[in-house]
Design a protein around this ligand. Structure first.
Ligand code: AMP
Ligand code: MN
Ligand code: MN
Length: 325
């Protein structure tokens, strides 16, 4: 794809939107793009649509400009969908439906072709923030833009630990920290630090977790009542599925939280063998090989039984393959 300014041409009403329950990559990539377009196109009307991000992202410049309410469906020349396809942009969907041109920037393996009239899709990229970086003119990047993109990269790579981290990711990160922001503080405050309540609900999820398949799988979940009791929202539950995966011997972790009457949001994590994107896609969701999610209907136990069936099948398949080698 051409650089974003070339792609936009003279179009001057631009919407940027990311996925529901935006994570660090989604917020960082959307805000990085927003700050860049505001800087480069001061005459243009640029709006960024996201659900209210977690407070940890308040360090991002102009985070208060995010439009969280979509009361009216404004008309845009271009709608840029970042870190998802158009299925998960919630009520911002009307900006996408009515825009003359749509641009999709994504790295999810479950979105191989893209949903835009122009698509910049690379499932090998660590993060959408990495892809956004590639679409900007490097000499125009400034410290706030660099910081937003760096946040996105550290969140989707688990601070350069996950297998989606490539030499290219590290090169970009190296250039970004050159802008001088305090990256140590940023990593601590946006990635590792958790509130007391977040730690309490994590503790609860760990206490109630159940191992199965000889300790190769683990599952835990919280219902609405428990979330209300601890006064936590979905965004406070980020990181629980990854924490479950750190247990020795566990190859696949499932974490479910209730989103409605007989409805659960599922987070899946895998250390290697299980392709959780395939599992989540089967249930109408998606993601990456080692981190994916979906929303399922049914009782907690129905959801777990259905998911387990597919996970066990994959693990058994993997075991058979190893036996043959
Ligand atoms: P989560 O478990 O929600 O942190 O999501 C893990 C990864 O899967 C992230 O990259 C998400 O963007 C992606 N993901 C989560 N839910 C869905 C879904 N319903 N459809 C597509 N991708 C998803
Ligand atoms: Mn995301
Ligand atoms: Mn992402």
């Amino acid at each position: 794809m051409k650089k974003i300014l070339e792609e936009l041409g003279s179009r001057d009403r631009i919407a940027i939107c990311g996925h529901e329950r935006p994570d660090g990559d989604c917020v960082g990539a959307c805000m990085g793009m927003y700050l860049y377009l505001k800087k480069m196109l001061p005459e243009a009307a640029v709006d960024v649509y996201l659900e209210q991000p977690a407070d940890i992202f308040n360090c991002i410049d102009q985070i208060g400009s995010i439009r969280t309410a979509y009361e009216a469906c404004a008309l845009y020349d271009v709608c840029i969908v970042i870190d998802t396809n158009a299925d998960r942009i919630g009520v911002a969907g009307c900006c996408y439906e009515t825009a003359a041109k749509t641009i999709n920037i994504d790295h999810h393996i479950s979105n191989p072709k893209g949903c835009g009239t122009v698509n910049y899709i690379n499932p090998k990229a660590s993060s959408a923030s990495e892809l956004v970086y590639e679409l900007l003119e490097e000499e125009q990047i400034d410290e706030p833009i660099a910081m937003a993109l760096y946040i996105g990269i550290i969140h989707d790579t688990g601070v350069f630990k996950y297998s989606n981290t490539t030499p290219h990711t590290m090169e970009i990160a190296a250039r970004l920290i050159g802008y001088g922001f305090d990256f140590t503080k940023l990593i601590d405050e946006t990635f590792y630090e958790k509130s007391y309540l977040q730690n309490q609900i994590l503790g609860r999820a760990l206490l109630e977790s159940v191992l199965f398949m000889d300790g190769r799988c683990i599952v835990s979940g919280v219902d609405r009542k428990t979330m209300d009791f601890y006064n936590v929202e979905p965004k406070d539950l980020d990181g629980i599925s990854s924490q479950l995966l750190t247990i020795r011997g566990v190859e696949c972790a499932m974490f479910l939280y209730q989103t409605g009457q007989q409805e659960y949001k599922v987070s899946l994590r895998s250390s290697e063998k299980v392709d959780v994107a395939a599992v989540a896609s089967f249930f109408g969701g998606g993601g990456h090989r080692r981190a994916a999610g979906c929303t399922m209907r049914g009782t907690y136990h129905d959801c777990i039984n259905n998911l387990s069936l597919y996970i066990e099948r994959q693990l058994r398949g993997a075991a058979r393959e190893t036996e043959c080698v």
